[in-house]
Ligand binder design. Sequence first.
Ligand code: ADP
Ligand code: GLC
Length: 483
Amino acid sequence: MKILFASSEAHPLIKTGGLADVSGALPKALRDLKQDVRLVLPAYQELLARAGHLTEVARLALTGSVEPVRVLEGVLPGSAVPVYLIDAPLCFDRPGNPYSGPDGKDWPDNAQRFAVFCRAIVELAQDRVGLNWRPDRVHCNDWQTGLVPALLSLETPRPATIFTVHNLAYQGLFDQAGFLALDLPSTWWSMHALEFHGHLSFIKGGLVFADALTTVSPTYAAEIRTPEFGCGLDGLLNQRAAQLTGILNGADYALWDPASDPLLDAHFSRQSLKGKDANKQALQQFFGLPTDARLPLFAHIGRLVEQKGIDLVLDILPELMRRPLQLAMLGSGQAAFEAALRAAQTVYPERLGIRIGYDEGLAHRIEAGADLFLMPSRFEPCGLNQIYSLRYGTLPIVRRTGGLADTVVDATPASLDAGTATGFVFDAATPEALLACIDRALRLYTQRTAWTRAIKNAMAQDFSWARSAQLYLKLYLDLYRAT
Ligand code: ADP
Ligand code: GLC
């Protein structure tokens, strides 16, 4: 089957979060299943610098673009996946983050930028760029590709479309002037199409028009049909419930395995845990914390936004710092959270290590060196760091939501006895519930035999992409209706 996989980021070319991990790994896993998958991405400046050899395969005149748009072809580094890059310099040849400027604010022309990206994807999908390659399925991801299912609905014949929601909270909302500037059918300014409370909604292009909808865990698929998690779109998602499924993300163990991870100071595995101590010591040194092997080292890596429950961590910090533990955190995001963490570090220099920024290598070293991983998310479509943590024997402490609920088994007397415990799970999104859960973890940490057993059990979990890729393939095969 020929599949065009459209995304606004993919590891190792460009990454701001888990979407890149998925878009870098799932096409590879589908290729391992002998499918002809090709990836399409915007040609951001930073990405072009890493893309290696590229050939121009087409030049397009697109609605909404004042310049000709080039399609460049290369391969996803470290794989055999062909990549098409949409090179529209006015849209993508600028420094920094794919979605926001140096001031942290969204680029003001995001509607035009990603509309150009979407129109180029439609040309590829309809084989109008001279490649002589017509995909059977177009798999779109998140709002940046939301206009693709909408625009393809105007074409006959056309490939079937799949739209995956990685995070319903990011919807690609723009004002009505933005809608008018994009030259879309005027009938789409309707609550039954792209209009959402007086705004243009890119994500609705996917949610309304795609032939199949997925999200990245079974629990999140159920949650987004409720007002609490639906971000105002639960009504629509309930209407489309028959087309909506949850497929859990996987982990790319070629990149995230402590037995072979080239970014680590020392390797270790379930059979030989010794190297984990060396990673812990190196991490303590890196963060300027006392190198005490006995103190439990907690960690967090992630975007510093409300979704991730950073406010809960900040709320309990004074209490936490009274306990015998250390905490190392890596992240960037909302300025207020960054400032609060920096300030806290000066209060607890012996206990708290903070790095504000984005650092791929450090993220791996934290997974390897920490004992416990904090992920108290208010909502979490899937979450990858807890899955990586399991493999690195770093027991996750998570809230029972979305993919966290689907991947971590709470350590209870029963699950510990049965040997199924892999971490710690709490329910209420409150500082008290988080702290109580941490205290449970601290108690288990002192019981060395039970602790080692839980670590080994966590490391034995297998969330490799092969299984999820099979589920996507089945979904692609089931979609005969539209083609
Ligand atoms: P989300 O996509 O919501 O940000 P995920 O857990 O799915 O959350 O994926 C986050 C990915 O981004 C992981 O691979 C994580 O290691 C990485 N990441 C997040 N913040 C940072 C950071 N500051 N430095 C390095 N890697 C980071
Ligand atoms: C989103 C979600 C995260 C998920 C990732 C990849 O960024 O916040 O939970 O793991 O997408 O699907």
